[in-house]
Design a protein around this ligand. Structure first.
Ligand code: GLN
Length: 443
């Protein structure tokens, strides 16, 4: 813990990856020492972990990087936080993020952007950019983020670390502040596959407090010793779509390395992938508009008093939400409004079903699918903040995985002009462990 606190002191002023340190970290580490002395077996004894600031921590402010939740102190721990504590981990800090996990660069934080440790003029990706930058810079060995449309995998790729989005339902969402509930999943960051497995083994598992939680026991560390004969399906549509030269080179290299290790490659097609981004931005904004209705100045966080109830809500929400949160609430409310429901939301649901069928088809020919994690490496700060559509295009390779609830893993796969490039592996539902077996061969 002291080692990492020193790293934080040296690096945090330039990176701004963290929103606040846990003031009780040393005290909590000492309590872990006590438990060890009493003979408890703690798989993460004393290991510092950084948490995205949308994971509720008892007694420690949780803001989702939003003014509307500034000073909000949860009365309970999220299930994943509880599990980490049980395993002996020490919560080091809460990480910066795009407000309410909406964004691809961490520039939509109400508390200022995080910078990419590889190049301070560039973004770390998002929305879990603080968690990714903290692990990449060695301010923490492990971190948790959340992934609604790529928010663990894309920043992992931009920062040159491993990031994993489990099958929907494998990690409890209890205590994760809701963004788009049918897509949200907590996911880990680490610098090695073994560390990623260690953390995944802790956070996955059934939780009766989340009605979408699945009864599947995690076996990530176990999977590392396994060498199953796997066929990898290269997704034609995502290889053809405007990738930068370094990304294509990394894809080719990945294939060469694994072929030399006896892994078979085939080409697969996902025809409905061209509708994934449009489908995602209808489905996710619809859910966001509903989930964010609870921030009205009565129960949580900010309250700007007005003349009456409606005026108080209007003033609180106008002052409390940033520009991207407002844009998504407006889009989602529009998509769900009477008369438009079938044209937008209903159509998005049908597209989602087609995408699912496409994946099922592809998995008939391959055990794991391969795409880049992002078509390009980290971009410059400010490059996309005024152009929402170009920001949304950063998610082109990741959103389909959430729409279908699949597990996806981003691994560091090369460099383009000194910036890290990531590849994405996708498995069928509940076959998450397969991704780790494969990633370890490349590592
Ligand atoms: N970048 C995507 C978005 O803005 C994904 C966000 C996420 O996964 N939380 O919606």
């Amino acid at each position: 813990l002291r080692f990492y606190l020193k790293r934080v002191e040296a690096l945090e002023p330039q990176l701004h990856a963290l929103l606040r340190l846990n003031p009780r970290a040393e005290e909590e580490a000492r309590a872990v020492e006590q438990r060890l002395a009493q003979g408890e077996e703690l798989p993460l004894a004393g290991v510092p972990v950084v948490l995205k600031d949308n994971l509720c921590t008892r007694g420690l402010e949780t803001t989702c990087a939003s003014r509307i939740l500034e000073h909000f102190v949860p009365p309970y721990d999220a299930t994943v936080v509880e599990r980490l504590r049980e395993a002996g981990a020490v919560i080091l800090a809460k990480a910066n993020m795009d407000e309410f996990a909406m964004g691809s660069s961490t520039e939509f934080s109400a508390f200022g952007p995080t910078r990419n440790p590889w190049d301070l003029q560039r973004v770390p990706g998002g929305s879990s950019g603080g968690s990714a930058a903290a692990v990449a810079s060695g301010m923490a060995p492990l971190a948790l983020g959340s992934d609604t449309g790529g928010s663990v995998r894309q920043p992992a790729a931009f920062c040159g670390v491993y990031g994993f989005k489990p099958t929907y339902g494998r990690v409890s969402r209890y205590g994760l502040v809701a963004c788009a509930s049918s897509l949200d999943q907590v996911g880990p960051f680490a610098r090695t596959v073994a560390d990623l497995a260690l953390l995944s083994d802790r956070i996955c598992g059934h939780d009766p407090r989340d009605s979408t939680s699945l009864k599947a026991e995690p076996g990530f560390t176990r999977a590392l010793g396994e060498r199953p004969a796997l066929t990898v399906g290269v997704v034609r549509e995502s290889v053809q779509a405007g990738n930068s030269p370094g990304v294509l080179a990394a894809l080719e290299n990945f294939r060469r390395v694994l072929e030399a290790e006896g892994v078979r490659f085939v080409e697969v097609s996902l025809p409905a992938l061209e509708y994934a981004l449009a489908t995602y931005y209808i489905a996710m904004t619809a859910e966001v508009s509903s989930n964010l209705a609870r921030y009205d100045g009565t129960l949580y966080g900010l309250r700007v008093a007005g003349q009456d109830v409606t005026d108080t809500m209007r003033k609180t929400r106008s002052a409390g939400f940033g520009p991207e949160a407002k844009r998504r609430i407006l889009m989602g409310t529009f998509a769900l409004s009477a008369g438009y429901y079938d044209a937008y939301y209903g159509k998005a649901l049908r597209a989602r079903a087609r995408l699912k069928a496409d994946f099922e088809q592809a998995f008939a020919h391959a055990d794991v699918l391969l795409t880049p994690t992002s078509p390009f490496p980290a971009f410059k700060l400010g490059a996309k903040t005024d152009d929402p559509l170009s920001m949304y295009l950063s998610d082109i390779d990741t959103v389909a995985v959430n729409l279908v609830g699949l597990p996806g893993l981003s691994l560091p796969a090369g460099y383009e002009e000194g910036l890290p490039v990531g590849m994405q592996l996708i498995a069928p539902p509940l076959q998450d462990e397969r991704l780790f077996s494969l990633a370890q061969i490349f590592e």
